[in-house]
Design a protein around this ligand. Structure first.
Ligand code: EPU
Length: 348
């Protein structure tokens, strides 16, 4: 470890197994921790970062390291959360990229602010959240975004994007689109104390009823979501994984209708542009892949969308298994699955 400019901390040849939730072995030639976002421009003057564009590491929870060496890594560490406006009903909350997502959810709930309760317990950092527009239990982050702050190393300029400029889509945003090169430094959310609770997603009402709660508040909804997630998704601390490995595929209405005629139990949801979102987990389960493994790379026996590392799987082995699963779904249903996590060191 060495100090570079003020606000930066450098480490060389950094082992990454504990810094990615898949728990795969890889080494970063350099890790630059940015302790204060104001030091970000200085980070990009480092020779190593000028030579190779860095990978911005959040919580490492949506990442598959497919090669054993990575580009230089950049990690934002500032994690302040603050109210920037509050009229008693509606508030704006600014959180810096290094804060933990779930810590932010808890911070807002403790202040009586609603909106993030369905997004409780999603792993990862605040900075990563807008990149893939995190979503769960019928709510997407985009609904609550007021602005995203980012730094563009190519132009050395700071930006503040409003919600429309972020071009949010299902697990997608301006920041994810290839070549954007923007480093997200902070998120500003707009949350209301009087927002209606969103109980419509399958499982929430049942979980609340099982707890004897008939007039839930946001805390109760968050607790129900936490219980549902713990029941369905393996804990990365116990079994390496990155949550859903595939996005739910969006297909044209006609293709969805044909598939539903042949498979009446296929779960589906209406989506934008007249398309239809299909359950990737269901498609995978029908191929018989759920719960199977190839060496230490496997498909969770609890949720077919979750690729798991039973111990010593390499990123390349996990990727190979994911490709087999996608090929099986394509062969059986004619539907192309796309990975959700960022794949580093290989292309899908
Ligand atoms: N299903 C199966 N087999 C399984 C699991 C699920 O057939 O092994 C079917 C169920 O019948 C269910 C349907 O799939 O009706 C949907 O399952 P679930 O509610 O678990 O949601 P999902 O569509 O599989 C999405 C998100 C999750 C999020 C949940 C809950 C994506 C890619 N994934 O999963 O997000 O937690 O909804 O809202 O959109 C993540 O992004 O990493 C993630 C975990």
């Amino acid at each position: 470890m060495s100090a570079a400019a003020p606000g930066l901390r450098l480490a060389h040849e950094v082992p990454l197994r504990t810094r990615n939730t898949f728990g795969v072995e890889a080494t970063a030639p350099l890790l630059v921790e940015v302790l204060d976002a104001a030091a970000l421009p200085a980070a990009f003057t480092l020779a190593e970062l000028r030579a190779a564009p860095p990978l911005v590491l959040g919580g490492g929870s949506n990442l598959l390291l497919a090669a054993t060496r990575t580009p230089p890594l950049l990690q934002l560490r500032s994690d302040a959360i603050a109210l920037v406006a509050d009229d008693g009903t509606c508030a704006r909350v600014r959180a810096e990229a290094g804060a933990g997502w779930h810590a932010l959810v808890e911070w807002t709930l403790a202040r009586g602010l609603r909106g993030l309760e369905n997004l409780a317990l999603i792993p990862g950092s605040v900075g990563a959240a807008p990149i893939q527009n995190i979503g769960a239990y019928g709510v997407e982050l985009a609904e609550h975004v007021h602005a995203v702050e980012a730094y563009d190393p190519a132009t050395a300029r700071w930006h503040r994007f409003d919600r429309a400029q972020c071009r949010f889509g299902y697990r997608d945003s301006l920041f994810k689109q290839a070549g954007a090169g923007l480093v997200v430094t902070a998120l500003e959310l707009e949350l209301r104390r009087d927002a209606p609770l969103r109980l419509g997603y399958a499982g929430i009402r049942e979980e609340l009823a099982a707890r004897g709660i008939h007039a839930p508040d946001a805390r109760a909804v968050a607790d129900a979501v936490i219980a549902l997630r713990r029941g369905k998704l393996p804990d990365p601390a116990q079994l390496g994984n990155a949550g859903s490995f595939f996005k739910n595929p969006l297909v044209p209405a006609a293709q969805a209708a044909a598939l539903r005629a042949a498979h009446p139990h296929l779960p589906h949801w209406p989506a934008a542009d007249g398309r239809c979102k299909l359950s990737a987990a269901w498609l995978i389960e029908q191929t018989g892949c759920k719960g199977t493994r190839a060496g230490d790379a496997g498909i969770s026996d609890r949720h077919a969308l979750v690729l798991v590392n039973h111990g010593a799987a390499s990123g390349a082995q996990l990727l190979a298994l994911a490709r087999e699963v996608a090929a099986a779904v394509a062969a059986r249903f004619g539907v192309a699955l796309e990975p959700e996590p960022r794949i580093v060191g290989a292309t899908w």
